[in-house]
Design a protein around this ligand. Structure first.
Ligand SMILES: *[C@@H]1O[C@H](CO)[C@@H](O)[C@H](O)[C@H]1NC(C)=O
Ligand SMILES: *[C@@H]1O[C@H](CO)[C@@H](O)[C@H](O)[C@H]1NC(C)=O
Ligand SMILES: *[C@@H]1O[C@H](CO)[C@@H](O)[C@H](O)[C@H]1NC(C)=O
Ligand SMILES: *[C@@H]1O[C@H](CO)[C@@H](O)[C@H](O)[C@H]1NC(C)=O
Ligand SMILES: *[C@@H]1O[C@H](CO)[C@@H](O)[C@H](O)[C@H]1NC(C)=O
Ligand SMILES: *[C@@H]1O[C@H](CO)[C@@H](O)[C@H](O)[C@H]1NC(C)=O
Ligand SMILES: *[C@@H]1O[C@H](CO)[C@@H](O)[C@H](O)[C@H]1NC(C)=O
Ligand SMILES: *[C@@H]1O[C@H](CO)[C@@H](O)[C@H](O)[C@H]1NC(C)=O
Ligand SMILES: *[C@@H]1O[C@H](CO)[C@@H](O)[C@H](O)[C@H]1NC(C)=O
Length: 437
């Protein structure tokens, strides 16, 4: 009787022990919300990458088949949603900086963050390819991309070591930069057979790691100038370095740059390994991972999950599949019925929790794109015995896994069981109440 009661209680606690594998229509819903709420340069740039991975996967650098060189006959209809973003961006673009001292550089968008507009660079390059440098708002797509490149290379302040600042007014290192800038430099280089730009993308990753990495392998968030933010903030470097790696792989310089590719891989793995011990009993990473008072952030957790799964679909290693599935299942459980990822870092105040985040929507879409590709490749690294207990989501579904491990942890009595125990008590009360009613 007692055992039966326990089972009923567990079944009545979906937020803790249920496994969540979102359907394709939920992902579409999450993407529609993203379309509605994406606003800032970096949000639209991250959205364009999510769109590429979800809707035009054969053009993404994570494609299993060569995404480069671009098809000569790429048409506007082939990438219509990318063109929508390119149009919005060029419509908002400030007038070209014609000053001689600008060295032919001009940013895609006005932004105090020198690095963020570059997140739209790949979308602009694709739009250009399908229109042959057609004009939009009086500027050619290709010209706008080249001026953005020159802005980064020649106008933005640099550190003594050569790191391009994330901020326009003074040299600051932000972990965010690694997702926004190097993937654009690399893609521009690959598209134009320019090895020195691919090398520049690699060098920027290396310089940012050199500055922000702590001895644990985790990175600080911000250093330099008037803003400093310790703690750890690792999803952006992981995702950014992986895109640079994948871009080099599909460029014409794969064999000349094999050591750069293996460095990037080891730098991504270094972060993923360092995060392992900070995955909470809810299956998430905290905003400041090492600070047990910081809230659990579904946004960063989603990009971490995507990164671990992409290491597998790039055929590099399956070592991070388990932790990525745990994260993805947990983030999925944070999506509410209106299609919002909840429990996310505030997009405009990185130390506080917010109610919604366009980046979180994008990162979750990316994680599912990675998951679908991994599924197609035969789920390498997944032990099918896992997740096969009595919990919902079992029957061999890899995203059913975290629930059963939570369940097991409770039974073997490790420290992580406390939260579940407390919830059992609450669940029992709820059950008791419903029996009374
Ligand atoms: C969901 O979408 C992915 C990617 O388009 C596809 O591979 C998969 O088969 C779809 N799943 C279902 C159940 O339709
Ligand atoms: C997007 O916004 C429109 C206008 O406010 C609203 O009608 C629609 O339901 C929203 N879509 C989603 C998916 O939230
Ligand atoms: C981002 O996209 C939204 C929706 O399309 C648009 O309203 C907004 O102006 C864009 N932001 C920038 C900085 O271009
Ligand atoms: C990974 O391996 C699979 C199976 O051999 C192959 O189809 C795919 O193209 C490879 N992916 C990459 C990114 O090389
Ligand atoms: C043009 O670029 C120069 C050199 O970077 C800079 O000093 C100037 O402020 C820029 N002008 C505008 C209008 O942004
Ligand atoms: C723009 O696209 C055309 C082909 O349509 C290509 O020749 C040109 O190099 C592209 N420009 C950039 C900056 O990629
Ligand atoms: C590569 O790009 C850089 C920056 O635009 C340029 O200075 C250099 O001449 C290019 N190299 C080649 C070989 O095209
Ligand atoms: C899988 O990951 C979870 C959460 O990180 C961890 O508790 C569990 O021990 C891992 N299982 C294996 C087989 O590594
Ligand atoms: C889902 O979350 C969003 C953003 O926090 C909120 O506006 C919306 O009301 C929530 N929907 C439900 C059904 O709770």
């Amino acid at each position: 009787m007692k055992a039966l009661l326990c089972l009923i209680v567990i079944a009545s606690l979906p937020s803790l022990v249920s496994a969540v594998h979102l359907t394709n229509s939920s992902i579409d819903h999450i993407f529609s919300v993203l379309q509605n709420i994406s606003q800032y340069s970096w949000e639209n740039g991250t959205k364009s990458e999510a769109l590429l991975e979800k809707t035009y996967p054969s053009l993404s650098v994570f494609s299993p088949t060569a995404p480069l060189p671009l098809p000569a006959d790429l048409s506007q209809d082939d990438i219509s949603q990318i063109l929508d973003i390119a149009h919005t961006t060029l419509s908002n673009r400030p007038a070209t900086n014609t000053s001689v001292s600008a060295h032919g550089g001009s940013p895609l968008l006005s932004d105090g963050a020198a690095g963020d507009p570059a997140s739209l660079g790949v979308a602009i390059l694709l739009a250009n390819w399908s229109t042959n440098n057609a004009l939009w708002n009086n500027v050619g797509y290709g010209d706008a991309a080249t001026m953005e490149l020159n802005y980064l290379l020649y106008d933005v302040p640099r550190s003594a070591q050569g790191a391009i600042s994330h901020r326009a007014d003074q040299v600051q290192y932000w972990a965010d930069f690694v997702y926004m800038v190097p993937p654009f430099l690399a893609y521009y280089g690959a598209l134009h057979n320019n090895q020195s730009l691919l090398q520049e993308a690699y060098t920027q990753c290396s310089l940012y790691r050199g500055q922000l990495r702590q001895s644990s392998g985790l990175w600080n968030h911000i250093e330099g100038g008037t803003t400093n933010n310790g703690g750890s903030h690792d999803p952006n470097p992981c995702g950014g370095m992986l895109r640079v790696l994948a871009t080099i792989k599909w460029s014409g310089f794969q064999s000349q740059m094999s050591s750069q590719m293996s460095d990037l891989q080891s730098w991504v793995e270094e972060i993923l390994t360092a995060t392992q011990q900070y995955i909470t009993s809810d299956g998430l990473l905290r905003n400041y991972m090492t600070d047990s008072t910081s809230f659990e952030d579904a946004s960063g957790s989603a990009l971490m999950a995507a990164s671990g799964i992409r290491l597998s679909t790039l055929n590099l290693t399956n070592d991070y599949i388990n932790q990525s599935l745990t994260l993805l299942s947990a983030v999925s459980s944070k999506v509410n019925s209106s299609g919002y990822v909840t429990q996310v870092v505030n997009p405009t105040d990185f130390s506080t929790q917010g109610t919604q985040s366009p980046e979180a929507q994008s990162f979750l879409v990316m994680a599912y794109s990675a998951y679908d590709q991994w599924d197609k490749q035969g789920r390498p690294g997944f032990q099918s015995g896992e997740g096969s207990s009595s919990s919902k989501g079992s029957n061999g579904d890899p995203l059913g896994k975290s629930s059963s491990s939570g369940f097991k942890r409770f039974h073997i009595g490790t420290g992580t069981g406390t939260g579940i125990m407390a919830s059992l008590v609450v669940g029992g009360l709820v059950l008791g109440l419903s029996v009374l009613v």
